[in-house]
Design a protein around this ligand. Structure first.
Ligand code: ADP
Length: 290
């Protein structure tokens, strides 16, 4: 079983010719809402990848925005433990998507900011804990420590970008970051500081359309991206994380899990939305043998 502890947001998405610069107004296209939030996206990707049972700790408000989020988790087969927060709005994200598939995102975390250390469910039967940085940092650290103490492997997707404490890094087995997030961890010290801080941790760096690279169990791995027609890269990184951990939990080797994650995230780029773009098990298999 994989346990994901993290965020759920309802995404408000508008496509526009380009992402507005400060002070600029851009006339966009149709408006749509999609279930999102890094935690929920990763839980859905993990569940749909098949093979591993997926549980999720998530906080939602008591409002209409909570319903589609709950329904999306349920439909994907995620066993959700929901913390209800009556005095905060459900998390939302405002996403502008440009014609060249870039995005700019503003998140209002709402209920997500109310998850606490004590909300972590029982860990019996859990092999992997998958975390992101859209929850309060003290809770993330407490969950990671509890998991480590229970012999559960901890995978952290250090997104959105922010510096990480040595305390948190000490609890992690696998770190997944994109280039911006790696820069935030490196801070003033640059790449050499990052390398020193990450010693002993398996690290995956995702490189967008260029694929990903990893340093794991003392070996370097390069995983090119699968070539697809990308229309919306929202949730590509989340699909990557969820499918990667599902594969590990199923017993796949690290390099194999990386390949599955890469195929799944490429497929996610070909569809609109985050959770709605997550591919099913059979689609991932089909791309891997193509
Ligand atoms: P994030 O969305 O977190 O910034 P990336 O942009 O690095 O993450 O994308 C995560 C993964 O998704 C990449 O490592 C790659 O495997 C896949 N991916 C992203 N963009 C594309 C693309 N245009 N074509 C194919 N795969 C892609």
């Amino acid at each position: 079983t994989v346990l994901v502890a993290g965020s759920a947001n309802l995404d408000f998405v508008v496509r526009a010719p380009h992402i507005p610069a400060p002070g600029e107004t851009v006339l966009g296209g149709d408006f749509r809402t999609f279930p999102g939030g890094k935690g929920a996206n990763q839980a859905v990707a993990c569940a749909r990848a098949g093979g591993a049972r997926t549980r999720m700790l998530v906080a939602l408000g008591v409002d209409a925005f909570a319903n589609p989020l709950e329904e999306s988790l349920r439909a994907a087969g995620v066993d959700a433990r929901i913390v209800r927060v009556p005095d905060e709005a459900t998390g939302v994200a405002f996403i502008c998507l440009s014609a060249d598939a870039e995005n700019a995102i503003t998140v209002a975390p709402g209920a997500n900011s109310r998850l606490r250390a004590a909300d972590l469910p029982e860990l019996s039967g859990v092999s992997h804990l998958l975390l992101q940085l859209e929850s309060p940092l003290d809770a993330v650290l407490a969950w990671a420590r509890a998991a480590r103490d229970a012999g559960v492997r901890v995978v952290l997707n250090a997104a959105p970008a922010r510096p990480l404490s040595m305390e948190l890094l000490a609890t992690i087995d696998v770190l997944i970051v994109n280039e911006g997030e790696l820069r935030a961890i490196a801070g003033e010290g640059g790449i050499s500081a990052a390398v020193a801080r990450l010693a002993g941790i398996d690290v995956i760096v995702t490189l967008g359309a260029r694929g990903s690279c990893a340093h794991a169990q003392g070996e370097w791995l390069l995983q090119p991206a699968f070539e697809v027609e990308a229309i919306d890269t929202t949730g590509a990184g989340d699909t990557f994380c969820g499918v990667f951990v599902a594969a590990l939990a199923q017993g796949h080797e690290f390099a194999d899990a990386l390949r599955r994650a890469s195929a799944a995230s490429a497929l996610a780029c070909t569809r609109l939305g985050a959770q709605s773009a997550v591919p099913a098990h059979a689609e991932i298999d089909a791309l891997l043998v193509a």
